[in-house]
Write a protein that binds this ligand. Structure first.
Ligand SMILES: Cc1cc2nc3c(=O)[nH]c(=O)nc-3n(C[C@H](O)[C@H](O)[C@H](O)COP(=O)(O)OP(=O)(O)OC[C@H]3O[C@@H](n4cnc5c(N)ncnc54)[C@H](O)[C@@H]3O)c2cc1C
Length: 399
């Protein structure tokens, strides 16, 4: 079966050559000709401005239900996969099991094979590796093209990526090229038991509501997720998978960008994302002059101090310490919220903390709804008592 061309309508504009994901169309004497790479995917038919192309009768229709498997983009830097990749593999494994489909990781870079075995240990059934010296460093255009072509060929059901700075620049252009929906910055992902659709939850309208979004009519269902939203699960003992090495097609991709070197940025403030204990301060702290009280508790517990946007906006803490929707997402073992009301924009940044302790003088403060332990009281009275109690206990233990 071959693509059908209406010569009267075709003006030889070459749009079909440009959009064909398989490089299967060439212009001969000004008219499109397909070669053996044509898969009758129908992209050119959809894109032809003159409506001059048609699929032959009997071409199997590409149905939504035919899209299969849960894919995770295995973002890497310097040959090491990002932490969020392992978090997404844990979540993706659960989604794939519910749908009875495979979990697939797609990695682009250079010399990744050794590291790729870790992706299998964390639940991937298949790892597709696109390796090439030209792909060693992140390049939006090249990585984008590799992903777009590969997704078009294989039609995954779900495609997940980290909402990292790279993910945020790469994934929207992939979704746009695939003409499918993308829900950015999801804080929850589940499978709808009735429809099998991916339920993608994220804050909407300035964080005033949590919206659950579905992508019913196109595939893949694409979502990005910020690091630390989902916990990193343990490797699955004995899990088996395979690594498939693929040749990237980089033809026609000019180098518009050259990477000269990488430099580490110096940012003011502590790194909260890998801290086991974080103390969050809110407007209830009243001013920067009172931070030493919280820092004393932090020192005792080996904790780091972060805060709400209100506190950062007031200049009491550096911007790097802001936790929440427009700041960091953290997942410490213990989060102690001091004088924080518990606005949804703050909660989305701490919801994966293992334990939350809240100190607030208002018993109605929303923070108590998510706290594992709530202390209703004035933080200026509660924190000194806590400090004394911890010292006392430690003193007793040392005896
Ligand atoms: C688009 C958008 C994005 C946002 N992004 C973020 C974000 O990333 N992170 C974020 O945190 N916020 C964010 N916000 C702001 C958010 O809506 C809240 O305004 C903010 O989190 C409130 O900070 P807070 O809890 O410190 O202050 P408040 O809401 O003013 O709460 C202060 C709390 O302290 C308590 N308190 C006062 N005195 C004491 C005392 N002596 N002892 C004990 N408790 C006391 C009070 O009872 C009160 O509950 C965003 C808002 C918008 C619109």
């Amino acid at each position: 079966m071959e693509l059908i061309l209406n010569k009267d309508k075709c003006n030889g504009c070459g749009e079909c050559v440009k959009v064909c994901p398989f490089g299967a169309i060439e212009l001969e004497n000004g008219l499109p000709q397909t070669n053996e790479n044509c898969r009758l995917c129908g992209v050119c038919v959809k894109k032809c401005p003159q409506g001059a192309l048609k699929l032959p009768e009997g071409t199997p229709e590409r149905k939504i239900e035919d899209a299969r498997d849960v894919w995770v983009f295995a973002e890497q830097k310097g040959g090491k996969f990002a932490e969020v990749v392992y978090e997404l593999l844990g979540k993706g494994r659960g989604l794939a099991n519910t749908l009875n489909q495979k979990l697939v990781a797609v990695a682009i870079g250079s010399e990744l094979e050794e590291e790729a075995h870790n992706l299998i240990a964390y639940g991937a059934d298949i790892v597709y590796l696109f390796e090439h010296p030209d792909l060693k460093d992140f390049n939006e255009k090249k990585y984008g093209q590799v992903l777009i072509d590969f997704i078009k060929q294989n039609r995954p059901n779900i495609f997940l990526a980290g909402a990292t700075s790279r993910g945020r620049s790469l994934i929207p252009q992939v979704a746009a090229a695939l003409e499918t929906g993308l829900t950015a910055d999801c804080t929850g992902l589940e499978v709808d038991a009735e429809t099998g659709l991916l339920l993608q939850t994220r804050p909407a309208y300035g964080g005033n509501i949590m919206a659950t979004i579905t992508c019913a009519s196109t595939r893949p269902q694409m979502a990005t997720v910020r690091p630390h939203i989902f916990p990193r699960t343990e490797p699955i003992a004995g899990h088996e998978g395979k690594i498939v090495k693929l040749e990237p097609n980089l033809d026609g991709l000019d180098d518009v960008m050259e990477v000269i070197s990488f430099a580490q940025t110096e940012i003011e403030g502590p790194d909260l994302t890998d801290a086991e204990i974080v103390i969050g301060v809110g407007r209830g702290i009243k001013g920067p002059q009172n931070l030493p009280l919280v820092e004393k508790l932090a020192k005792l517990l080996g904790a780091r101090v972060g805060g709400t946007r209100a506190v950062v906006d007031a200049g009491w803490l550096p911007a790097r310490c802001q936790i929440g929707q427009t700041g960091l997402t953290i997942s410490p073992k213990l989060y102690i919220a001091c004088g924080i009301s518990g606005a949804i924009q703050h909660i989305v940044g701490i919801q994966s903390a293992k334990r939350i302790v809240a100190i607030n003088k208002d018993p109605e403060a929303p923070i108590f709804e998510i706290a594992d332990c709530g202390i209703v009281g004035d933080l200026f009275e509660v924190i000194p008592v806590l400090i004394e109690e911890i010292k006392h206990k430690r003193g007793e233990e040392n005896v």
